[in-house]
Write a protein that binds this ligand. Structure first.
Ligand code: ATP
Length: 355
């Protein structure tokens, strides 16, 4: 298996070439986000971004992934004009972040990690308030509020205060308030963290709907399944540099084959012995073998065709195999291959309340 670092998918080079998006060049007028060699060094000397290149075409659902501290929020803050770049050229909706911050703020929506709704106001009042703050013309507000309530499926609780809502409903309301000025580009910074799968799914539906209407979406998330389900294209950032870029399918192909998870009786050094057996197993010459909590995991082009032979080889050497599974790679496998670690999202805590 080739190393992602040595041959990144579409990753930008730093020798002056611009990144290629899906193999084609996106015209300048069609770039919602255009970042060239962005560097951000904080006052204490931390080099948070070390030469990021990125083009997000209009209309794309783009995912930005990376472990804690990789530089995702720093990037969003620069794009939302909340933080000045140390160096580099950054344009958002065609506007320059240094000279045209007002135009950028008027043309983006930003759903931050912390919700910005007022818990003492009703859903309707929260959206009306946002309309006022964003300068939506008075005559258009009532219709805008009603459309957004409908879009995020909160019409029947429009007159309830936000504090009565579940976390998922509050997030949907927050997303609606980020959209009142109908921005062509929306930033979603970990929008579903802490939500249960049902609440998350409802938000996904809503994000898909706004993307289908033509809104460009820039999403950061720690849930790889979320990125997989929603995004046309992804970038992974690590230590302030983009290390890989491509569609979810492209990235999965890079893992190189399929994955054989083998569960064994782990006592008496059996995992170490299994790793050694799988590593030496001839049909898996190009395989990657890893320890897991319950045994080993083998990634190989031939996992499906030769997997059972490995199980026999393990058993012949005295390993008790208690279970196995052959599967296609997930984005988590991609992430592991690139960064050497899994993303471990916090346990979802929220529950959607009944109305
Ligand atoms: P997370 O998922 O934890 O939000 P992130 O990918 O968004 O992480 P950033 O918040 O952009 O990462 O941080 C990138 C790096 O910059 C980290 O090393 C972080 O500690 C550092 N950093 C962030 N803000 C500041 C600051 N105000 N001053 C100094 N260093 C900072």
């Amino acid at each position: 298996m080739s190393s992602p670092e040595s041959d990144p998918v579409g990753a930008p080079s730093h020798d002056g070439h611009r990144p290629d998006v899906n193999g084609s060049t996106v015209a300048e007028g069609e770039r919602a986000i255009d970042i060239e060699n962005l560097q951000v060094t904080y006052a204490d000397g931390t080099e948070a971004l070390r030469g990021v290149d990125m083009v997000v075409p209009e209309g794309e659902f783009f995912g930005f992934l990376g472990p804690n501290g990789a530089g995702k929020t720093t990037t969003i803050k620069v794009l939302a004009t909340l933080l000045a770049p140390t160096s580099g050229a950054v344009r958002v909706n065609g506007f320059n972040v240094r000279a045209e911050s007002q135009q950028i703020r008027e043309s983006i929506g930003y759903m931050a990690q912390e919700t910005s709704i007022d818990p003492e106001l009703t859903a309707q009042e929260n959206i009306s308030f946002a309309c006022e703050a964003y300068g939506v013309p008075r005559g258009e507000r009532a219709q805008r509020v009603s459309d957004l309530l409908d879009l995020v499926d909160l019409t029947d609780v429009a007159d309830k205060t936000a504090e009565e809502f579940s976390g998922g409903m509050q997030k949907r309301l927050d997303a609606a308030t980020a959209l009142v000025h109908q921005p062509p580009l929306v930033f979603l910074d970990e929008p579903t963290t802490g939500l249960d799968p049902k609440a998350r799914n409802r938000l996904w539906e809503y994000f898909r709907r706004i993307n289908n209407r033509g809104t460009t979406i820039f999403l950061t998330t720690q849930y790889l399944e979320e990125a997989d389900q929603l995004c046309n294209r992804l970038s992974v950032i690590l230590n302030g540099e983009i290390v890989v870029e491509g569609s979810p399918a492209d990235l999965k192909r890079r893992v190189g084959g399929e994955i054989l998870d083998v569960e064994i009786d782990t006592g008496g050094g059996a995992v170490d012995r299994s790793v050694a057996i799988a590593t030496a197993f001839e049909p898996f010459a190009d395989a990657t073998v890893e320890r897991t909590e319950t045994g080993i995991s083998v990634t190989a082009e031939t996992a499906r065709t030769h997997g059972t032979e490995l199980l026999v080889a393990l058993r012949d050497k005295g390993i008790t195999v208690t279970g196995f599974n052959i599967r296609a790679p997930t984005l988590d496998d991609v992430f592991l291959a690139i960064t050497g670690e899994h993303i471990e999202p916090e346990q979802a805590a929220d529950e959607e309340v009944s109305r």
